[in-house]
Design a protein around this ligand. Structure first.
Ligand SMILES: [Fe+2]
Ligand SMILES: [Fe+2]
Length: 167
């Protein structure tokens, strides 16, 4: 069941986000932009909240010295949440909207790369496959329960308190 490995499920969403940002960048119609952006913004929230609920607690428990990377990731999630909310403050397709969109893209892509370099490889190396699959199944269930960000507050977390509570 290697395809339910949490590290692969996260990676595949990262790739989908990169594609979605590129696709949106190519759109011009305001209604299309609004629809696609809203969809992506919801998916980004499900992803971040899912990592906070399912992945980072497992990382903290299973991988030694992962506190600093986790705290950094939660800070990044907060920055992404701010950058995504900032997009909604502008008229869709205006210059200011595009500027906010690109800032959100930059913030997101930088974070995805950091997770892919600093966090997913140690988890894959140190956690056995059956456990990675179990976390992957909980990740899929979280997505099922929160489709289109249903039931998620979008609230930011306190990074230090999060690490303490989940260690
Ligand atoms: Fe993340
Ligand atoms: Fe991620």
């Amino acid at each position: 069941m290697a395809d339910l490995d949490i590290t692969l499920l996260i990676l595949s969403e990262h790739d989908a986000f990169r594609r979605a940002f590129t696709e949106i960048e190519a759109l011009t119609d305001a209604a299309d932009l609004e629809r696609r952006w809203t969809e992506l913004a919801d998916q980004l929230e499900v992803h971040a909240a899912g990592e906070e609920e399912v992945f980072y607690p497992a990382l903290l428990r299973k991988v030694d010295d992962s506190e600093e990377d986790t705290e950094h990731a939660i800070k990044d999630h907060n920055k992404i949440r701010d950058a995504v909310s900032a997009v909604a403050r502008h008229e869709v397709a205006s210059d200011a909207w595009w500027e906010a969109f690109r800032a959100a893209r930059e913030e997101t892509v930088e974070h995805l790369e950091e997770e892919e370099h600093d966090v997913l490889p140690p988890f894959k190396d140190e956690v056995p496959e059956d456990k990675r699959t179990e976390v992957g199944m909980r990740w899929l269930k979280f997505h099922e329960d929160h489709e289109a960000a249903k039931g998620l507050s979008g609230d930011k977390l306190d990074p230090k308190a999060y690490v303490e509570e989940n260690s």
